[in-house]
Design a protein around this ligand. Structure first.
Ligand SMILES: [Zn+2]
Length: 159
């Protein structure tokens, strides 16, 4: 079950910690630094995702994108993103479970979330612009994908 948590976010950072040190002789700069970046206090509604789903998906796929088969290399090590096939938030309300998740690179995560690519029932990746298959989704024996979510995503973006 997806839970929501209400959280108050306050931007405590100031752009200029010591404005008196900057452009002290320049009246134009002085007036600019007298008015630091404004802040907005807001209440957000945030999905609490299960850490175990993210951990399992990334581990099974070794951070390799299931669409383009690349891994993002960062100074801290390889990285990937866990995408939900049927989105978690409104209006999709998909479940936070491995059968509804994919291991993707940031580019393919964005493409998938905005319907630029979608999946067939036999897990081919389709380019929405051309309607042509661009490859087969990379799979892992431990990671079963529930076709109910694949169909929901496809019908949402191809209607
Ligand atoms: Zn990719």
């Amino acid at each position: 079950m997806v839970q929501f948590r209400l959280e108050k976010i306050t931007d405590a950072e100031t752009l200029l910690d010591r404005p008196q040190d900057i452009g002290a002789d320049d009246p134009e700069l002085k007036s600019a630094t007298a008015d630091p970046v404004s802040r907005t206090e807001r209440v957000t509604r945030q999905l609490n995702r299960k850490a175990s789903v993210v951990r399992n998906i990334k581990k099974w796929h070794n951070n390799v994108c299931q669409v383009c088969h690349t891994t993002i290399e960062l100074p801290g090590g390889p990285a990937s993103e866990v995408a939900h096939i049927q989105g978690l938030g409104e209006p999709h309300n998909g479940p936070d479970r491995e059968e509804n998740a994919l291991c993707l690179c940031p580019n393919d995560h964005l493409r998938f979330d905005y319907g630029a690519i979608y999946l067939t029932d036999d897990l081919k990746v389709i380019d929405a612009k051309t309607g042509q298959a661009i490859g087969a989704l990379r799979t892992h024996p431990r990671h079963s994908i529930d076709l109910r979510y694949v169909r929901q995503h496809r019908s949402y973006w191809t209607k």
